[in-house]
Design a protein around this ligand. Structure first.
Ligand code: HAM
Length: 418
């Protein structure tokens, strides 16, 4: 037994799980591809500044969760904790503003956050993400939300709940925070002491308080949605109308917050009751100021990311296609010592489009037939001392002596009949 284990918060993707992930990837490819999204892959690590500036210096991600290291030449690099800032960096670096807009990109990549591991929360995890850069209209937001809903449904993620809100602009938010802080200070008697202590740090947290007194006070509190500038309110109203027309159910949640600083206007999150504490399956929003923040021209953007592990946890059974073995080449007699004929038959069968394996472990013929049965082989060809090959149909049990050259055509005919 090896004394090594996968690092805390990481996991191995074993073949059965890899098969479920492949199905998930196919759904993402189909759904996003049909809407014009094309795949992008960015490096696993980036300049640390990309995230401190992009995601936000004050966020938990940047403050506590980044895997940051020196590259040996005095440059600070960080394992990507998320995909939006890297995709925007690539958009700028490759002059994608010259392409037809919006540029629609999707990814399925792994990300790294030094969080306390628990069910559904890992230090290396995968996300499917979609980003539409260069279009500011509400149709983009609504289309992205709908694509995400379609993906979750295709995968069979259960008990989902969609909450949406709008953050307006940074200026509106700053003004609103001042108003909310003043509202709270004027009512400190009606707030829990820990809420009072946090008023100036983050007044929004008061909405999350669990105690009844604070909750009663907060019923009269102004919400950010009430304070949106008219263009922002209109943008949000249009997003909602399109979601309504599409028949998508959602809840308005004016207190919705997400742990990344780049959002402006539309914000959304899918949770699943099946997941327990780590209930966030997917989330995203509009990030119109991000590209500018990274040194580019003012460029609108909107997108989302969905956690692969959380989707799979909440998906239950995700049927995977059976792994077919058309032919197993068994070896008897002198073929046990000299595997050249068996080797050639298996290789030729694969070139003809069949899936074929040959005996590699030196088992007895009985052991080989048992093995062929276990891996679900449809045919077994037994190569021995004769010039002919015994071909056995494992479904019917029929067995016949066959010219070596006839083995592959026989199986191909068989596959067509099946
Ligand atoms: P996020 O909400 O930080 O957003 O992450 C998106 C999803 O990734 C979460 O809903 C969750 O399913 C999954 N996830 C996050 N952290 C972990 C973890 N430690 N272990 C397992 N799964 C995790 C973003 O990353 C934004 N870049 C989304 C976005 C794209 N916004 C605009 N465009």
């Amino acid at each position: 037994v090896s004394s090594f284990q996968a690092p805390r918060g990481t996991f191995d993707v074993l073949p059965a799980d890899a098969a479920r992930r492949a199905v998930l990837e196919q759904h993402a490819h189909r759904i996003l591809g049909a809407a014009g999204y094309r795949r992008i892959e960015t490096p696993t690590f980036e300049s640390t500044q990309l995230f401190s500036r992009g995601v936000g210096e004050a966020t938990d991600i940047v403050q506590k969760e980044m895997y940051t290291f020196d590259d040996g030449g005095g440059r600070s690099l960080t394992l990507r904790p998320e995909g939006t800032a890297p995709v925007c960096r690539a958009y700028l670096e490759h002059g994608m503003h010259k392409l037809p807009q919006p540029v629609k990109l999707w990814y399925l990549s792994s990300f790294f956050r030094a969080e306390a591991p628990q069910r559904g929360r890992y230090r290396q995890f995968w996300q499917v993400g979609a980003e539409a850069i260069g279009a500011g209209g509400p149709e983009t937001d609504a289309e992205l939300i709908l694509l995400l809903a379609d993906l979750l449904e295709a995968i069979g993620v259960k008990e989902t709940r969609l909450r949406i809100s709008s953050l307006g602009t940074a200026a509106t938010r700053a003004e609103y925070r001042r108003e909310l802080a003043a509202f709270l200070h004027a009512r400190e008697d009606g707030l829990a002491p820990e809420v009072v202590a946090r008023i100036d740090l983050n007044p929004m947290r008061a909405f999350d308080a669990g105690d009844a007194i604070t909750q009663r006070t907060m019923r009269d509190a102004p919400t950010l949605l009430d304070r949106l500038a008219s263009e922002d309110a209109e943008h949000f109203a249009q997003v909602r109308r399109m979601l309504d027309d599409a028949g998508l159910r959602y809840e308005l949640d004016p207190t919705l917050v997400r742990g990344l600083d780049y959002y402006a206007r539309t914000l959304f999150e899918f949770t699943s009751e099946d997941l327990g504490a780590q209930s966030g399956v997917a989330g995203g929003g509009r990030y119109d100021g991000l590209i500018e923040q990274l040194g580019g021209p003012a460029t609108p953007g909107c997108g989302w990311a969905a956690g692969v592990e959380r989707m799979l946890l909440a998906a239950g059974d995700l049927p995977t296609p059976p792994e077919l073995v058309d032919l197993f080449v068994a070896r008897a007699g002198r073929a046990l010592q000299d595997g050249a004929d068996a080797f050639a038959l298996a290789a030729n069968a694969r070139r003809a489009g069949l899936s074929a394996q040959l005996e590699l472990d030196g088992r007895s013929l009985r052991g080989q037939l048992k093995h062929a049965d276990r891996i679900g082989a449809r045919y077994v060809a037994i190569i021995g001392d004769e010039d002919t090959v015994s071909l056995r149909n494992m479904e019917s049990g029929d067995q016949a002596e066959t010219e070596p050259a006839a083995v592959i055509p026989t199986i191909l005919r068989g596959s067509r009949l099946a």
